[in-house]
Design a protein around this ligand. Structure first.
Ligand code: NAD
Ligand code: GLY
Length: 378
């Protein structure tokens, strides 16, 4: 645990998790006081220009500190401030990043810094992957969800009205900087949304971690720095292990989408932003556990254990009704627009035994039973 590693200055010792990839490996730094420290940025690619990409909620809190730190390293530090929210994870908002790059004659060495949650991170990464066919970028995740999942592993994307994250690229950052201090301004609902992606790692990969989350969920919800440090580090280690084996999701990486097939349908079906990504994933995990139980892979006790933890994390345990006349039909239609679908067949991540997961097709009739059992009008 991190609680023993407080320095005399009151800062946590910085931890490092490495993402080992064949073409280019990189580090995730986890600690406190990282954002404003010039050393945090040592060794990043040399360039004359850095562009900070942030949004209207995060920039007023943190962009000035980042600007000052980067000015010790880059001659020109520019900013582009995007509108806030999942509803803006789209082409017109992405275009604002390209506008800033081109209007300022940014060259192909320009380094982009994503300062924000998963929305800013996914869009900045996609912009970096495409501008001049690829410029370097750095992730500075400011939400718990982004620190434990979205900033790590190189998935970048925007939404399409017909499907979540359907347009994007695999493109790895140069570094991920998880400053736990930034989580202090995060609203409680967003902190809970991040807990969904932390909980996810337990049933698919690490039962000891599931035990630990159960024992520390109250501290996590209270924003305890030592508990958050451990949760971020262990989540990143598990994600690094998976991404290191299957960077482009040829197989194994899909297990990180536990709960996401249902969750993405909820996000797009409700209209992007109505339900937070973590909330969709939370109720999606309840549905995926119910499905695993119906398939005879886990027992009712394990499914109930997950549901109770999700509730204790302040997250929804039932999906919303998306269509009063044919709710299951609506879910199925939305879920067919999923990156795991093949030739129209929806694939689900199921727990094949507690602590391990796999991807498989499931007959519609069974999926309908799950949706009927796990949704309620909100
Ligand atoms: P978000 O980026 O919308 O951030 C949530 C809200 O918190 C926003 O209003 C944001 O402005 C605000 N905020 C951010 N940091 C703050 C801070 N420190 N203090 C106060 N407010 C702050 O949402 P998110 O939950 O971070 O990310 C969700 C997105 O991540 C979704 O689009 C999802 O698809 C994506 N995602 C991607 C991956 C991946 O592998 N690339 C994995 C999981 C999720
Ligand atoms: N969040 C799922 C993945 O990165 O693969």
């Amino acid at each position: 645990m991190q609680s023993d590693s407080l320095s005399p200055s009151g800062l946590l010792a910085t931890e490092q998790v490495r993402i080992e990839l064949p073409e280019r490996s990189y580090d995730i730094l986890i600690g406190t006081g990282l954002l404003a420290r010039a050393e945090t940025y040592a060794g990043l690619p040399a360039a004359s220009t850095a562009l900070i990409v942030s949004n209207t909620a995060v920039a007023p809190l943190y962009a000035a500190q980042l600007q000052a730190a980067l000015q010790t390293r880059y001659a020109r530090v520019l900013q582009v401030i995007l509108p806030d929210g999942e509803a803006h994870k789209d082409w017109p908002t992405l275009q604002l990043i390209f506008d800033a790059l081109l209007e300022n004659s940014c060259d192909r060495k320009t380094v982009l810094f994503a300062l924000g949650g998963g929305v800013v991170g996914d869009m900045t990464g996609f912009a970096a992957a495409s501008y001049m066919r690829g410029v370097p970028f750095v992730q500075i995740p400011t939400t718990l969800l982004a620190q434990v999942d979205s900033s790590v592993g190189g998935k970048t994307a925007i939404n399409h009205p017909l499907g979540k994250n359907m347009i994007g690229a695999f493109y790895q950052p140069q570094r991920v900087i998880c400053d736990l201090d930034l989580l202090k301004t995060l609203p409680a609902r967003e902190l809970s949304a991040g807990l969904a992606e932390i909980i996810k790692y337990g049933p698919i990969a690490d039962l000891d971690f599931l035990d630990w989350i159960e024992a520390h969920v109250d501290e996590l919800r209270a924003g305890d720095t030592a508990a958050l440090a451990h949760a971020v580090k262990r989540s990143c280690e598990i994600k690094a292990w998976v991404v290191g084996q299957d960077e482009r999701e040829a197989g194994l990486r899909a297990v990180l989408n536990f709960g996401h097939t249902f969750g993405h349908a909820i996000e797009s079906g409700m209209g992007y932003g109505a339900w937070l990504h973590g909330e969709g994933v939370a109720s999606g995990m309840v549905m995926a556990a119910d499905l695993s139980q119906r398939l005879g892979l886990i027992d009712a006790a394990f499914a109930e254990r997950l549901r109770r933890l999700i509730a204790r994390a302040g997250l929804p345990t039932a999906g919303p009704v998306l269509d009063a006349t044919d709710n299951a039909g609506r879910y199925l239609a939305l879920m067919r627009v999923d990156k795991k679908a093949e030739a129209g067949e929806i694939k689900f991540v199921v727990i094949d035994r507690p602590g391990s997961a796999r991807v498989q097709g499931v007959p519609d009739v069974l999926v309908r039973q799950v949706i009927d059992a796990c949704c309620q009008t909100v």
